[in-house]
Ligand binder design. Structure first.
Ligand code: GLA
Length: 384
């Protein structure tokens, strides 16, 4: 891949890149919408990546060439602000550059950049965090900026929150940065501590992408975020003493039930119980109880479906069909929701044939095939 992207860079810019980097996509193993509530979440980096190639320019321009269309966009590095929606693909590396400079990176000239991907975009595998982490690693190397992994991950999230305008938590960038082969990444999103848990042997991840995307998905994500913050505000007794939902129990929630909306109550109930499930999964993994892990995954899906209300008929169908198939420990929706993908944890006997039988059932019900593939956990972002 390093050769392929270098060749592409040479075609676009007439010289070799100085740096090539890559960062993986992620799966959300368990912990749905817990991250921005200061909770717990587990994910894994996967063996599919976004690659970036970069070289310095003589002037003060930052140029980005789109991997798919070949379109090239250049901006002045001394005058950076988010580009309009149709050029949103530029905003990820552009925002990362801006926040790296704010963090102290000395960039004496601009750069040329292009990217390439083995990560399907729009499949709920967080290609946006992968481009943020990959470009951050490439820029740090190009300008010789020494910034720790946690701070680099934070810059990816800051870019998403403040430059792209998506109020996500730290999950996607954290996992793309801290991923390890054969391991799950556990994140305490309040303290921003990252650790890894060994993955049980002879298990595999299968992704079932419904290929459905809710037209209002960004707005719905922001709405859920707001409902959680509103519930937390009341639980905290006001804004002065604001604490995220992570700090509260189901009993606390019951005590304010009459003072919040029914929606806010349900969202908070999901988040508080989901945090407890993540911790149970961590313990069950340690104890080698994969069956329990699978059950907790299904319970997580049901809570997203019934309380957080970010599932959809297609995802419920995929989860149900998967869990009814031999060799599947558990399945659930992952990521923002309202469409997107479901993940199944399976044993080694689960194969393409079984996966395609689930896809057949889905095609029969909805008239279109889901994209189905298995993936292994891989290492986090790096310069190649
Ligand atoms: C998206 C966001 C994450 C997280 C998940 C839901 O993937 O980017 O930060 O909130 O949704 O758990």
């Amino acid at each position: 891949m390093k050769d392929r992207i270098s060749e592409k860079f040479a075609k676009l810019y007439g010289r070799a890149p100085e740096v090539v980097s890559r960062a993986p996509g992620r799966i959300e193993f368990i912990g749905n919408h817990t991250d921005y509530n200061g909770g717990y979440v587990m994910g894994a980096a996967i063996d599919k990546f976004v690659y970036c190639a970069l070289a310095k320019r003589q002037d003060r321009k930052l140029c980005f060439a789109n991997a798919r269309s070949g379109e090239k966009v250049c901006v002045d590095m001394d005058n950076i602000s988010p580009l309009p929606r149709e050029l949103n693909w530029v905003n990820y590396p552009l925002g990362v550059f801006k926040f790296l400079v704010d963090a102290g990176m000395k960039a004496d000239c601009g750069f040329d950049m292009t990217d390439m991907s083995t990560l399907p975009s729009g499949a709920g595998l967080s290609s946006s965090a992968a481009i943020e982490l990959s470009s951050a690693f490439a820029m740090k190397a190009l300008y010789g900026f020494d910034l720790g992994l946690k701070d680099t991950v934070r810059i990816g999230r800051k870019c998403e929150n403040e430059f792209v305008g998506m109020p996500c938590g730290i999950l996607d960038q954290g996992v793309s940065g801290f991923g390890k082969e054969d391991a799950l990444v556990f994140i305490d999103c309040l303290t921003e501590e990252f650790s890894t848990c060994e993955l049980p042997h002879n298990t595999a991840f299968w992704i079932f992408n419904s290929t459905k995307k809710h037209a209002l998905v960004d707005g719905l994500y922001a709405e859920r975020h707001k409902e959680c913050m509103n519930a937390a505000k009341v639980l905290s007794g006001g804004v002065q003493n604001f604490k995220l939902l992570r700090h509260f129990t189901l009993d606390d929630l019951e005590s304010v039930k009459s003072r919040i909306s029914n929606e806010e109550y349900k969202r908070a109930k999901h988040v508080i119980s989901e945090n407890a499930r993540v911790l149970k999964v961590k313990d069950a993994l340690k104890a080698g109880d994969i069956k329990l892990v699978g059950k907790l995954m299904v319970a997580s899906h049901e809570s997203s479906r019934d309380l957080f209300e970010n599932s959809c008929e297609e995802l419920d169908f995929l989860v149900k069909a998967a869990t009814a198939t031999d060799g599947v420990y558990g399945a659930r929706l992952m990521g923002g929701g309202f469409g997107g993908a479901a993940i199944a944890l399976t044993d080694a006997s689960f194969d393409e044939l079984k996966a395609q039988s689930i896809a057949d059932k889905y095609a029969e019900a909805y008239g279109k095939r889901p994209t189905v593939f298995s993936c292994r956990s891989g290492d986090g972002a790096k310069v190649l």
